[in-house]
Each structure stands twice: as structure tokens, then as C-alpha cells.
Design a protein around this ligand. Sequence first.
Ligand code: NDP
Ligand code: 2IT
Length: 446
Amino acid sequence: MNQYVKRVLGELCARNQHEPEYLQAATEMLQSLSPVMDKHPEYEQLGLLERFVEPERAILFRVPWVDDHGHVRVNRGYRVQHSSAIGPYKGGLRLHPSVNLSILKFLALEQTLKNSLTGLPIGGGKGGSDFDPKCKSDREVMAFCQSFMTELYRHLGADVDVPAGDIGTGAREIGYLYGQYKRITGEYVGVLTGKGLAYGGSLARKEATGYGLCYFVEQMLAAHGKGFQGQRVVISGSGNVAVYACEKAQAMGAKVIAMSDSCGYIYAPEGIDLAVVKQLKEVERKRICHYVERVPGATYHQDASGIWQVPCDIALPCATQNELDLDAAKALVQGGCYAVGEGANMPATLEATEHLLASGVLFAPGKAANAGGVATSALEMSQNSMRMSWTFDEVDEKLKAIMTDIFQKAAKAAQEYGPSPDNYVVGANVAGFLKVADAMIAQGVC
Ligand code: NDP
Ligand code: 2IT
């Protein structure tokens, strides 16, 4: 390993021992950048890596709100503004009880590289709270969102920081957040993306991450003489990313045979009926287990991680970080899986990724493969600035072109810097980093 990378990695580990997810993401990135540092020894003089692994700013705040029983509840709110080198901070807000600084720092770092890969002028950030929107009334969610935005608004702006959705933050939450921002500032601007179509949202943003994932995987498969047609696909999760990955994979001719939520998975050997999943998840906000009451022939299994035991050709992890560990990777390989596309952020552990790559599995890393969501958010920002909106097909065409371009960038960088031309993990990290590095060098030490 390059000596500069080794030193920064050592310092990073000593400084962030209590942040395992952040260390995991930063370690993967730094290891990928070793050949770049061999080629560019001048980067050490500029302190590029030391600067890159320290977020520009991390904001932490109290979020008090009143529940339906009149009790005061207090959550913790965060915004990690990782890098503004190539544009305003951009990235989602996660609402989940597991949220902490380590998780948001990892997400913000990945976001900076991902946003760079899109080719659009957006920097990287991520935020959220340990608030759990599950089992809360609409009024409670609104109370939380209004309180959260009452602090966060001062750190945002259409050219400063533009949040969006992520786990637990969907159309309902974005609506409440936007309403409060507008009320406090009096400004009707594109300060959030993923907005409803009635108030500045973009067509195809809802579908963009899942569709974009399939467009990326399609490119990767095509480069190896393969395609989705007739393939058995397993998709973890049943949220925004999973549902629209399923929709596009089916449209491309695949048979999606399993989906999940955090409680368990459904196995549907004849293929998932997506209309039933959408009704359960998007309309009724119910658990995936109810699917089997509505569709004969499907079975429910009360162990979310068991989904990786289902033999398949292509696996699309679309739930959360570290959901696919070494045992899961081994099971996938044994079951005949030859391609994995990360719809979630960092769903595979470092060990799982290594095993999949060593086994010759085609591996599409999340920061490249799931970039379609944020890319379409940037398209929403453009439409808001221009005070106009594009048709669904116009946005979808742009999304397709962006995902194809990201695949080509990752493949080219893998060819130049990777241990193998198929190592898109190295390819995505290097291609994402180089653009940010150029901007940082041009802007001086800041
Ligand atoms: P949603 O909240 O819509 O759905 C999340 C899904 O993942 C649900 O099925 C949920 O199950 C499951 N899940 C969440 N946490 C866990 C956990 N700890 N263990 C097991 N399952 C879990 O979120 P999204 O679909 O938007 O996000 C999914 C992933 O995609 C995340 O990693 C996110 O960062 C990433 N992503 C999202 C983008 C977007 O545009 N939305 C863009 C790029 C990446 P349950 O309901 O039981 O909690
Ligand atoms: O992880 C991600 O890229 C997102 N949650 C989407 C971020 C965005 O700003 O659309």
C-alpha cells in the first residue's frame, strides 16, 4: 500500500475508533486510492487525503416535539456537510433509530464521491435523526419535521445545502419539511428535492434510484455479454429503492423472486406481484409479511438476512448498510449468483465485497450504481432554477445517459488503476475522487 495512504489510514483509525461505519467507508476509499497516490506524489504535499477524510462541518442539534399523548419527546438531529468542492452540499436525510454520527459521516463521504460521479455540480452531505417515523401518526411526524427544520433551515439554501429523502424520509416527510422551511424564510426555492409534483418536484425522481440501479447493472451485464432477460433476481428491502428497482428489472425481462423488510422476506417463485407490494408499502404502510395473505404460492420467512440463501442470478441489496455479510456472500456464490448491484449505500461488508470480487461476481458498488437518485435530484434543482419542468421521458432519458456515463467512468478508471478491469469498486472511488481532488487543488487550502 502507498505510504501516504497508509499514514492517513493509521491516523484516521486512531482518531475515529468509535465510528465503525465511517472507518469502513473511508478504509475502502483510501485503499482504492493507493495507485492514484503512487501516480500523484504531489497530493501528499497538498494534504488532499487528510482534508478529504475530515467533513467540512458536522451540525448536531436538539429536536423537541410533542407526541399525541401530550408528552414532550426529544430526538437528536444532524447534518454532516462533507464537501462543497464541486457544488452546494447535497444528500438525503435519514430518519431511523439507528442513526448516529458514524453512519452519517460514512454516508456523507460516499455522497461526495457519488455526486462527483454524476458529473453534475453537487457537493456531498447527509443528515437525519434517530427519530423513528414507524407507528407515528401523521401529526406526530409533522411535529417532528417542523421542529427539525426549525433548527436546520439556517444551515440550508438552494445554493448552500439541499437535502432530500433517504431511509424513513419519503414524500410525506419532505412535504412537512418544505412547508416549515417556506414558513420560516418566506422563500419558495428549491431547497429540498424529492418534493411532490404539485410544489416543484421532478417527474421520475421517485423512480430514479431504482431505475438508475437497473440501468447501471444493465451496462455492467452488457459489457460481459449478459442481460436481465429471464434472470432470477433477489431484491432486499421494499422501500423506495427496492420497489422501483423491481419495477425496472421486471420491465427488462427479469423475474424478481424475493423481497424483504427488516422483519423478514417473501419468496415468490413465480415472480413478485409488484402492485401488491406497492399497495402494502406505499399506501397502507404495512409489513411485507401480509403479501402472502394476498398472493397464493408465495411464502414468508421471518429472517431478513435469509433472503441471501435464495438461489438467484442477480442480487440487488436495496435496504441498508452491512446487510450483506461474508456468510451471505458465500451463500450467494453457492446459489449461482454472478452479479450484485448495490442499491443501498454500503450494503456489503468489506469482507463480503472481497469474497464476491474474488469469486468473479460482477459487483456494482453503491456510490456508482445508486447515483441515479441524487442525479435526478440535481435535475430537479435545475428545473426549479429555470422555473419549468421536464416530462417523465425527458428526465428518464437524462437519467439513462448519466448512468451510462457513470458506468463508463468507473470502467475506465478500473482499467487504469484497478487490480483488474472489472473492479468497479476501485474504478468508482478513483473516478469520483479525481474530480473532487482537481477542484480542491484549484481552490487552494480550504
Ligand atoms: P426506505 O425507507 O424507503 O426503505 C428502506 C427499506 O430497507 C425498508 O424495506 C426497510 O425495512 C429496510 N431497512 C431499513 N433499515 C433496515 C435495517 N436496519 N435492517 C433491515 N432492513 C432495513 O428507504 P430507501 O429505499 O430510500 O433507502 C434504501 C437504501 O438506499 C438506503 O441505504 C439508502 O441510503 C439508499 N439510497 C436511497 C436513495 C433514495 O433516493 N431514496 C438514493 C441512493 C441510495 P423496514 O420498513 O422494516 O424498516
Ligand atoms: O443516498 C442518496 O444518494 C440519497 N439518499 C439521495 C440524495 C439526494 O439528494 O437525492
